[in-house]
Design a protein around this ligand. Sequence first.
Ligand SMILES: Cc1cc2nc3c(=O)[nH]c(=O)nc-3n(C[C@H](O)[C@H](O)[C@H](O)COP(=O)(O)OP(=O)(O)OC[C@H]3O[C@@H](n4cnc5c(N)ncnc54)[C@H](O)[C@@H]3O)c2cc1C
Length: 491
Amino acid sequence: MDDVVIIGAGPVGLMLACELALTGARPVVLDRRAEPGDLPKANGLGGQIVELLDHRGLLERLSAGSPFVGVPPGFPFGSVPLRFAGLDGIPLRMLMIQQPRLERLLGERAAELGVRVRWGHELTALTQEEAGVTAEGAGFRLRSRYVVGCDGGHSRVRELAGIGFPGTTDDELLRLGHFRTDTATGVFEDPAFAGLEPGWNRTPGGRLLLTSLQPGVHIVGVREQGGREAGPVTLAEFQEAVRRVLGRDLPLGEPIWLSSTVAQARLAERYRVGRVFVAGDAAHLFPAGGSALNVGMTDAINLGWKLSAVLAGRAPEGLLDTYESERRPAAERALMQTRAQAALERLPGEEGAALRTLLTELFAYDQPLRHLAGLLHGSDLPYGKPGHPLVGRLAPDLPLTTETGERRVAELMRPARPVLLDLGGGVTLDHDWIDVVRARTDDPPADALLIRPDGHVAWAGADGLLEAVEEWFGQRSAGASRGGEPAQAGW
Ligand SMILES: Cc1cc2nc3c(=O)[nH]c(=O)nc-3n(C[C@H](O)[C@H](O)[C@H](O)COP(=O)(O)OP(=O)(O)OC[C@H]3O[C@@H](n4cnc5c(N)ncnc54)[C@H](O)[C@@H]3O)c2cc1C
């Protein structure tokens, strides 16, 4: 019997496979595609996933050759510009990377960790019994302890598990095209593009997006009221859509990829039914850009270590319920902000223009900008119960002086093990899973931090370390003490 069968070798399935393999489980990934795909869906990732990739040592690998990684100077929030340049201390980072490259690099990492990926395996049936789940399709039947559906918006796993997916489907179609251009300076130098701005342009017929994320390639988006299903698009259809919306032709250049999509806003009613889980697009679809991979890949990092801990007998089954209680509210927040973006982007007429102008003025102030940066980062809602301000949040990436040299918190998280970071509190802990690291840092935010394998703070230096250890990492502790004193009751 396998430990975990993951359905779907998209970015979320591959990320989960890497996390499981890193934390000691044996996953197998099934995908109905014959081979890795090359559809350039996402152009990048933004939010806490960028720091989490850094925790695993993957950021360097993924950002090689990237046109941009870092704090974005701005973000088009439903076509209202957010200007982050010059604002100190915002957590939001972005990494521009095209989805096929992201999937290829995650696939390479998974292979290094010994993950088995089976292409051409389409799941058609799932049966749950007390001790395991059976996943079946043409020519295969696999039994495992758990199944995770990372099989996208039309998830078969979600359907077979009987999980509802309520929400709405947009009545507008977005056609997207990537075009190669031979103008070194970009399309805006071409007189045919006169009167058009980078970003969304509104016309009586719809909206037209013009942007570029790499030299020599521009992206054109055309949004208009319904009329057809999402799917492949021919160049002639694309050109007709441009003509309808703009009232004239554009010299688009050589098409690299053309597609169309209809935005959906949906959230799975449950993330778990018994031994079956859903993650990524299978659990949530957002109607505006920028958050899908952040939320989806963070789902994978939240679930991976928990499944491994339960499989290894380190933690009780109940730990798995915290996946839904932590990640579904995060998706609700992303759904709220992407619905707001979609509404702002499409509101027509003078009223829509007035609202965008008013919000452009409000978003020029630091406080609303910081609030929106936290929302886009995906970390404005801490996991779990209120307590120390750091508990339930991603651990700050403090520069540390440790016994083995200068390190950052992110570097301690490479092996995806829990870390007790003693920042001068004199805490000791004897536990066979938790790494204890003593370090100095300027201005420590607490005497000590207990950090989960997914980088989130489980406990911060005050009373209750042993309770937190037991709650999250089981009772394999031979004791804890502070400042050289023996362990105290309640400490
Ligand atoms: C045009 C476009 C632009 C986008 N831009 C961005 C962006 O800039 N930033 C961002 O964050 N997000 C963006 N997204 C969204 C992002 O692409 C998705 O959120 C992401 O692909 C979700 O990853 P996933 O692994 O959950 O699912 P998917 O990528 O959909 O992968 C699911 C996998 O499951 C497989 N599968 C499905 N059913 C079965 C089955 N029955 N059996 C076996 N295998 C199965 C599929 O073949 C597929 O490989 C964009 C999407 C589109 C369409």
